[in-house]
Design a protein around this ligand. Structure first.
Ligand code: FE2
Ligand code: FE2
Length: 309
């Protein structure tokens, strides 16, 4: 596997250049960057839920279907909020949250609901309470690299060109570099999740096309796909209905892109009786249909014969 290359400058919101375009991202490159980050004082950390209107906004997002039927048990919500309240992010990362809140509200809402759902999946599927806190802290930063993606690409309502798609997908490596820098740790778990949340178990994902084996990353990956389907997006004003979205996630398990127990946990939470995930029988029948104006995956400059312009 070739080493990934940085396609455009990775820089902070206050325009500090971390890596220029063209840098080959070797372990030594990242170590050198983190060594220079360590010469700076470590950034102050604050609770994400206590930052601005985050907690109020999150509770409002979760009160809307389908989230309202996933998060129903008040005791469980209180436990969930306890874990989420323990998540403290570096101040420049919180400024990234404010950046999305003001400039790209879709990404702001998305990162908060992925924060909640991936923490819930970790509560259901992981026995390890340390892993729960670790997991909770990665949901809200998985798309942090999008601060390096031009806003006109993030907000584009027409199909992306191939070049724009490449720029968008590069948020994974940008986030990896940025979070390793702010965590002052080349092995930062939040950085690894930012890099790997679009990878799949069968190696069909990006940016590296590696087989995803890390369980905790799968919780973010599953939450990410589910929210992307059930939410309005710039390129798709009408979202998938919940049944079709769950069928799409089920199809990912059928293709071995995501683990069955993660899909079962998500489907169990969507059932009124809230069965234990291990007892959740998943239908593989496909009855739903995607919204007709969905242009996800459509490349603007590719003709039906696969020739790009
Ligand atoms: Fe992403
Ligand atoms: Fe995402």
């Amino acid at each position: 596997m070739s080493l990934p290359k940085i396609l455009y400058p990775v820089q902070t919101l206050d325009n500090q250049l971390l890596l220029p375009a063209g840098t080959v991202l070797t372990p030594d490159t990242l170590d050198a960057l983190v060594d220079s980050s360590k010469s700076l004082s470590s950034p102050r950390r604050c609770s994400l839920l206590e930052f601005g209107s985050v907690k109020k906004d999150l509770l409002r997002f979760l009160s809307i279907p389908p989230w309202a039927s996933i998060f129903t048990d008040q005791k469980e919500i209180a436990r969930l909020l306890d874990s989420m309240e323990a998540v403290r992010l570096a101040l420049p990362v919180l400024q990234g949250v404010a950046y999305f809140q003001g400039r790209d509200f879709y990404t702001y809402r998305h990162t908060l609901v992925v924060f909640a759902l991936s923490t819930l999946l970790a509560m259901i599927l992981s026995e390890d309470s340390e892993a729960l806190v670790q997991e909770a802290s990665t949901g809200p930063t998985h798309d942090f690299g999008k601060i390096c993606v031009p806003l006109h690409v993030l907000r584009k309502t027409d199909p992306l060109t191939r070049a724009e798609r490449t720029v968008l997908e590069h948020h994974t490596l940008a986030g990896y570099v940025l979070l390793a820098h702010y965590d002052q740790d080349p092995t930062s778990f939040a950085a690894a999740v930012a890099r790997d949340h679009h990878e799949r178990r069968d190696g069909s994902g990006y940016p590296r096309g590696v087989c995803l084996t890390e369980r905790l990353v799968e919780f973010v990956a599953a939450s990410d796909v589910y929210d992307a389907l059930v939410s309005k997006r710039p390129y798709r004003p009408i979202s998938y209905d919940n049944r079709t979205a769950l069928e799409e996630v089920t199809a990912m398990a059928e293709r071995n892109q995501i683990s069955w127990d993660v899909v079962k946990a998500l489907i169990a939470r969507n059932r009124e009786s809230k069965p234990h995930y291990s007892e959740c029988v998943v239908s593989t029948e496909k009855r739903g249909s995607p919204p007709s104006d969905n242009v996800y995956g459509v490349i603007a400059d590719q003709d039906p014969f696969g020739v790009t312009h």
